[in-house]
Design a protein around this ligand. Structure first.
Ligand code: AMP
Ligand code: GLY
Length: 433
C-alpha cells in the first residue's frame, strides 16, 4: 500500500463536506482536492472549479495532479458512467474510484430496474407495476385496484422530485397522464412505477460494497418535510439523527438477511462489480423492513451524522473497497448520538434568494459545520443554495445533541434563515443510548 493518496471529489454539498472533513483526517491522505468545492470545503483541501459531469476536465485534472483516488459524491455522474469512463481509459484505469458503474447505478437511476431487481432477488418491497405512454389506460385501471394514497414514481432521476403521493384517485390518474403524455419530469417520467403505499417509519441504512464483501455503516433517520411535525413540501432533507432508537439488533438482522445479503449477491449474479456506497431507504412496517428505494451514493444530510459517528479511517475503508478486502475490516462507531440540523434559505424548496451574507459562524461551539449552499465572495461567506449549512452535534441522548444543534442554528444569521427546531423529537420518547 502506498501512503501517497491524492483525492478529488466531484460536486460539493453538506455530504461531500462531511466526507472531505473525514478523509482529511487520514494520515493516508496527503492532498485533497474538492471539485467544485464551496466556502466550507477549503478548510479540508483545495477547491477546484470543475463541474460534476465534466468528465473531460476531471480526466485532465487527475492526470495533471497524479491523483490516485476519486470519490464520487452525487448520483448524476455515476448514472452517466464515470466509473465506466475511468475503466475504459488506460491513463485512468488504475485510479481507485469510489462509486458503482452505470449498470450498478441503475439501482438509483431507474425505479423500474430497482423494482425488478428486488422482485428477482425476493427483497421485500411494495407491490408495483410499471406503465408507459402506450399502457396509460392500463395504468388508470391499475390505480382503481389500489387503495389511497397512491404512489407514483418517475422511473429516472428527477432531482428528488419524481415521487408523488396522492390521496385522490382522479388526481392520481391526471398526474399519471401528465407524466406519461405531457412530459412532466421529462424523459425521467416516460416510464412510471405505481406502487402500494407502505405505512410505517422510515430509516436509512448505508452499506459500503467492494463487489464481493460489504460493511454496514451506522443507520440514520432523515427529516424530509420543510415544516415542523413533518408537514409541508418535501425537501432534500432538513435534518438527520443517528443512531435511530427503534433500529435494534433483531431489526438489523432482518435487514441484513432479507435485504443487504440478497442485494450484494443479486448484484454479483447480474455481473455487476459494485464498488461504492449503497444507500437503502427502508420503511419499517410493524417491525418488518421493506425497501422504498436504493441510492448509489451516500445520503444528504444523513452523511453528516453517519460519517462523524464512524471511527474507522475512511481512506483505509476506500482502499479496502479497491482491494476487495472489506471482509477484513471491522466497523467501529461512536456510541453517542449525532443530530444534524439544516439551515436553509427562506422559501426553499420553492423559489429562494441567493447571495445573503452569512454571519456568526465563529460563535458556534461544540458542533461541526458542514457547508452546503455557500460560496466565498469578496471575503464574505454568502448563501448560494437552498440548503445552506448542516450543523452536526453529539450528545448522550437525542435531546442533548439536538439542543446543541438548535442553539448554534440560532447563532448563525442571514436574511430569511429557516430551520426546523424539532429534528429527532419524534424519536425522543423512545429509549436513547
Ligand atoms: P423515494 O424518492 O423513492 O425515496 O421516495 C420519496 C419519499 O416518498 C420516500 O422517502 C417516502 O417518504 C415516500 N415513499 C416512497 N415510496 C413509498 C411507498 N411505497 N409508501 C409510502 N411512502 C413512500
Ligand atoms: N436525504 C435523502 C437523500 O440523500 O436522497
Amino acid at each position: 500500500m502506498t501512503n501517497y493518496y491524492e483525492t478529488t471529489f466531484i460536486r460539493i454539498r453538506g455530504r461531500e463536506n462531511a466526507l472531505a472533513w473525514k478523509m482529511a483526517q487520514s494520515p493516508l491522505c496527503t492532498h485533497l482536492y474538492i471539485a467544485p468545492g464551496n466556502a466550507g470545503s477549503s478548510r479540508f483541501g483545495t477547491n477546484v472549479p470543475i463541474g460534476v459531469n465534466d468528465f473531460a476536465a476531471i480526466r485532465a485534472f487527475v492526470i495533471e495532479k497524479s491523483i490516485t483516488m476519486v470519490v464520487v459524491g452525487p448520483e448524476d455522474p455515476l448514472v452517466k458512467g464515470i466509473r465506466n469512463f475511468f475503466e475504459a481509459d488506460p491513463e485512468l484505469n488504475t485510479i481507485l474510484l469510489i462509486g458503482p458503474d452505470s449498470a450498478g447505478a441503475q439501482l438509483e437511476g431507474s425505479k423500474d430496474f430497482s423494482k425488478l431487481f428486488m422482485q428477482k432477488n425476493n427483497i421485500p418491497t411494495a407491490a408495483y407495476a410499471t406503465f408507459t405512454k402506450a399502457t396509460l389506460q392500463e395504468g388508470y385501471l391499475f390505480l382503481e385496484t389500489l387503495k389511497p394514497p397512491y404512489v407514483l414514481k418517475a422511473d429516472g432521476l428527477a432531482a428528488g422530485k419524481g415521487v408523488l403521493i396522492l390521496h385522490d384517485l382522479v388526481v392520481a390518474q391526471q398526474e399519471l397522464k401528465l407524466m406519461l403524455e405531457e412530459g412532466k419530469f421529462g424523459e425521467a417520467g416516460s416510464k412510471v412505477v405505481i406502487e402500494e403505499f407502505l405505512d410505517g417509519i422510515e430509516v436509512s441504512v448505508f452499506v459500503l460494497s467492494d463487489g464481493k464483501n460489504y460493511v454496514i455503516l451506522p443507520e440514520a433517520k432523515d427529516y424530509k418535510r420543510i415544516g415542523e411535525g413533518d408537514t409541508g413540501l418535501n425537501t432534500g432533507g432538513m435534518g438527520a439523527v443517528s443512531p435511530v432508537p427503534f433500529v435494534d439488533m433483531p431489526f438489523m438482522k432482518k435487514v441484513e438477511e432479507r435485504i443487504i445479503i440478497p442485494t450484494v449477491n443479486g448484484l454479483q449474479e447480474a455481473g455487476i462489480v459494485y464498488k461504492g456506497f449503497i444507500f437503502i431507504g427502508l420503511m419499517c412496517v410493524k417491525g418488518e423492513p421493506f425497501v422504498i428505494e436504493y441510492n448509489a451514493r451516500m445520503g444528504d444530510p444523513e452523511t453528516e451524522v453517519v460519517i462523524p459517528r464512524l471511527k474507522n479511517d475512511l481512506v483505509e475503508l476506500f482502499i479496502a473497497v479497491a482491494n476487495q478486502s472489506l471482509n477484513k475490516v471491522k466497523i467501529e462507531t461512536d456510541s453517542r448520538t449525532a443530530v444534524t440540523t439544516m439551515l436553509v434559505s427562506g422559501g426553499y424548496p420553492e423559489d429562494y434568494e441567493k447571495g445573503q451574507v452569512i454571519t456568526g459562524l465563529e460563535n458556534c461551539e461544540e458542533s461541526l459545520l458542514f457547508h452546503a449552499g455557500t460560496e466565498m465572495k469578496e471575503g464574505k461567506i454568502i448563501t448560494s443554495g437552498g440548503r445552506v449549512l448542516a450543523i452536526t452535534s453529539f450528545g448522550n441522548s437525542i435531546e442533548e445533541a439536538a439542543e446543541k444543534s438548535t442553539r448554534n442554528a440560532t447563532k448563525i444569521n442571514y436574511e430569511k434563515k429557516y430551520f426546523r427546531k424539532d429534528i429527532g423529537q419524534d424519536l425522543m420518547k423512545k429509549v436513547t443510548n
